[in-house]
Write a protein that binds this ligand. Structure first.
Ligand SMILES: NC(=O)c1ccc[n+]([C@@H]2O[C@H](COP(=O)([O-])OP(=O)(O)OC[C@H]3O[C@@H](n4cnc5c(N)ncnc54)[C@H](O)[C@@H]3O)[C@@H](O)[C@H]2O)c1
Length: 139
């Protein structure tokens, strides 16, 4: 299969990438390198530096490739930090997943990729900053 591994430069993702390549899959990695490392990406994999919350760029990447499946490891994962900065975690972990799913749906169903998706979501998050209790927002 042709796999797109989002967050594939991170701890878990980079091990998945190697295992998938060893199993005979073709792998492309998309990662914004916020906590991951380019050197952790197996040299057999293609690499694109991309933030999955950038829905338009994610759409472009999916449109340019012939991906059979997407595997998502992109997230912040420090439990203590998620208690102190829950919005940061909701924005990246939940918002990133929603953005990725919307991009996948747009490409699969042939819809339009909204360039303004991220700014609309960020405005919503800012307006809700006082609504969120400090509950674990990761995992
Ligand atoms: N490490 C563990 O023991 C463990 C255990 C269970 C579950 N998990 C989960 O696995 C996932 C990955 O964890 P990890 O330990 O590999 O973390 P990590 O920080 O090493 O990897 C996350 C990767 O995602 C990338 N990333 C983050 N936000 C991104 C974005 N918006 N767009 C593109 N790339 C982005 C980072 O640059 C990094 O390469 C998390 O959801 C975590 O909760 C981890």
């Amino acid at each position: 299969m042709k796999l797109l591994v989002v967050g594939g430069a991170g701890y878990i993702g980079s091990h998945f990438v190697k295992a998938a390549l060893d199993a005979g899959h073709e792998v492309a990695v998309a990662d914004n390198l916020s906590t991951g490392h380019r050197a952790s990406v197996d040299e057999r994999a293609l690499f694109a530096q991309l933030d999955v919350r950038d829905q338009a760029a994610t759409c472009d990447l999916l449109e340019q490739s012939t991906t059979d499946a997407v595997v998502n490891f992109a997230a912040f994962s420090i439990a203590s930090e998620s208690m102190q900065e829950p919005l940061k975690y909701f924005d990246n972990n939940v918002g990133g997943m929603v953005s990725l799913l919307a991009a996948m749906r747009s490409v699969v169903l042939g819809g339009v990729c909204p360039a303004s998706a991220r700014s609309a979501r960020s405005a919503l998050a800012a307006s809700c900053s006082r609504c969120l209790a400090p509950l674990p927002a990761w995992g």
